[in-house]
Design a protein around this ligand. Structure first.
Ligand code: SPV
Ligand code: MG
Length: 551
């Protein structure tokens, strides 16, 4: 059903009541045929107050004959889609009721469950044939038997307003007015809410004669498929209740499909098709695609966006001497895996697929599959901020949060998970246990944080105050691991700060990440600290290579 606001829903009458009101109304009302969900929606949108679920059209759109070849449950499935997609009542063309009184009672139960407002039953024999195919050869039902069916239908309904129409086929089968009246009267006495009087003549004589004789005993419904040239005023003036346009959506759809297939077959291109058919977006509109988008905003998790990774791997790793003559450090082999592939694997295990590597030294050797590559060809004379800048510019438009890391730092996957769970715009990972370096000659990126690691720090947000290689022992809260997360919305900030910093030649040449992070803090941006202890490894020296093998 379309998404009606709550108030509208409350104001809306039950579908059964709507149909009953149409039947009892003093005005001439109209039902238009629909044969599936979309045609039902189109009918409602055009302004029709009710739908005729035509047996001819439903069987026709299934590509079978109007001879009960489609089973009654198959019909039920079709009208369920029609009913779900609309708020106007549906009168089902229930043929002969798909069996005897017992089958009719079960049918009524199922129709009520699917919010179908009424059924029309015709006094012929199962399996029926369409009235316009040799109608005069068609046997009619026994009056008493059919009256029993109508009575059974009325007894089966739970909803008082459910409508049962008895369709009199006497004229179709070549019988006289008196036979038609006799039958109508019997069905009316059995409880029918209205009579559908059918005729295959090209003029309305039979139905007008019937109506004159019948008077106003109960509402009379007509189907002017054959006497289509009769002005509607005639029906109105003669006090008919409902006119059914019984098959015209289906027939017009067939016309359109035949025209399009013919043109396509002949022309083998779409030039003469495109402008004469609805756009794909019109189909989306009819399907209610916008409503789903709105619902997704309401009900889907807020932050399903992906996360990307940027790995800075342009430098050689000169401390490793001869080992990095032919390949950069990140491509050194450790028991069959390169450093870079181990890092990439860690990202992938937490679902990060969009990984960009900035390469420089011996870039041709850096060729792992399924990565994006950005090259810093001036790696020899530029600092890592230039690499970051090149990488960042390349992925600035991805709607991703971003994790920046180095191509020579290994870490456990839970550390990435912590970063993914954090919500601040800038987040760094600090090892609280590392407050000094094993090698005093190497100056490390020490972090000075708003709170040293403690149980308290676990419950409070901790922010970075500065990263510096020359912090005193007292100032050191730990060591920065080289991991930085930047939220999607903060990426432009990072790029902007970077652009400004890189205007300075010495930063171009030697600028390191810590300069950038300190500048963010200086400008007032908060950089959250996530504390860890261990579980990461910066591969700098030969002895680190050994540690990496068992990491
Ligand atoms: C239908 O639409 O299936 C009908 C009306 O029963 S008619 O085809 O005119 O018999
Ligand atoms: Mg029919």
């Amino acid at each position: 059903m379309p998404n009606y606001p709550v108030i509208e829903k409350l104001k809306m009458l039950k579908k059964t009541t709507q149909l009953k009101n149409m039947l009892l109304s003093k005005n001439l009302e109209f039902l238009v045929e629909s044969h599936n969900g979309i045609s039902a929606k189109i009918a409602e949108e055009a302004g029709f107050k009710g739908i005729w679920a035509s047996g001819l059209s439903i069987s026709g759109q299934l590509g079978v004959r109007d001879n009960n070849e489609a089973s009654w449950t198959q019909v039920l499935e079709v009208i369920e889609f029609m009913s779900d997609g609309t708020s106007i009542p549906i009168l089902l063309d229930g043929d002969t009721g798909y069996g005897n009184f017992n089958n009719v009672q079960r049918l009524i139960k199922k129709l009520e469950q699917r919010n179908i407002a009424g059924v029309c039953l015709e006094d012929k024999l199962f399996p029926k044939t369409n009235s316009f195919i040799k109608g005069d050869a068609q046997p009619l039902a026994d009056i008493e038997e059919f009256s029993g069916k109508i009575k059974a239908a009325k007894d089966a309904q739970n909803d008082d307003d459910f409508v049962v129409i008895a369709r009199v086929e006497a004229f179709i089968a070549g019988w006289t007015l008196s036979e038609a009246i006799k039958r109508a009267e019997a069905y009316y006495q059995a409880g029918a809410d209205g009579i559908l009087i059918h005729s295959a003549l090209r003029i309305p004589d039979e139905i007008l004669a019937f109506k004159r004789e019948w008077g106003d005993r109960c509402p009379v419904v007509i189907v002017p498929t054959k006497y289509y040239s009769t002005p509607t005023e005639i029906f109105r003036d003669n006090g008919f209740s409902i006119v059914i346009w019984a098959n015209h959506l289906f027939r017009s759809a067939v016309t359109a499909m035949q025209q399009v297939t013919k043109t396509l077959m002949k022309e083998q291109n779409l030039l003469n098709i495109e402008d004469s058919i609805v756009s794909v977006s019109e189909i989306f509109r009819l399907q209610g695609a916008t409503e789903l988008l709105e619902s997704e905003k309401r009900y889907l998790p807020k932050n399903p966006k992906g996360v990307g990774a940027l790995i800075l791997a342009a430098s050689r790793g000169i401390q490793l001497g001869k080992l990095t003559e032919e390949r950069p450090k990140c491509m050194l082999d450790m028991q069959g895996h390169t450093l870079l592939s181990r890092i990439v694997d860690t990202y992938r295990t937490v679902g990060i697929k969009d990984i960009t590597v900035v390469r420089g030294y011996k870039k041709d050797v850096v060729d792992l599959p399924n990565l994006h590559y950005v090259d810093n060809d001036n790696y020899g004379s530029s600092g890592e901020l230039v690499s970051l800048h090149l990488g960042l510019k390349n992925i600035a438009d991805d709607n991703h949060d971003l994790i920046v890391g180095y191509g020579d730092v290994l870490f456990k996957k839970y550390i990435l998970q912590m970063l993914l769970d954090s919500e601040e715009d800038f987040v760094v990972v600090v090892d609280s246990e590392k407050k000094s370096s094993s090698n005093n000659l190497v100056r490390k990126n020490y972090a000075d944080c708003s709170l040293p690691y403690s149980k308290d720090a676990f419950y409070t947000k901790v922010y970075l105050q500065q990263i510096d290689r020359d912090l005193t022992e007292n100032q050191r809260s730990g060591m920065w691991t080289g991991l930085l997360k930047v939220s999607e919305r903060a990426k432009p900030i990072l790029l902007d700060v970077l652009n400004t910093l890189l205007l300075q030649p010495e930063i171009q040449q030697r600028g390191r990440m810590l300069i950038l992070i300190n500048e963010l803090i200086r400008r007032g941006y908060r950089v959250e600290v996530l504390y860890i202890s261990g579980h990461w490894l910066n591969v700098d020296q030969i002895q680190d290579m050994l540690k990496a093998e068992v990491f």
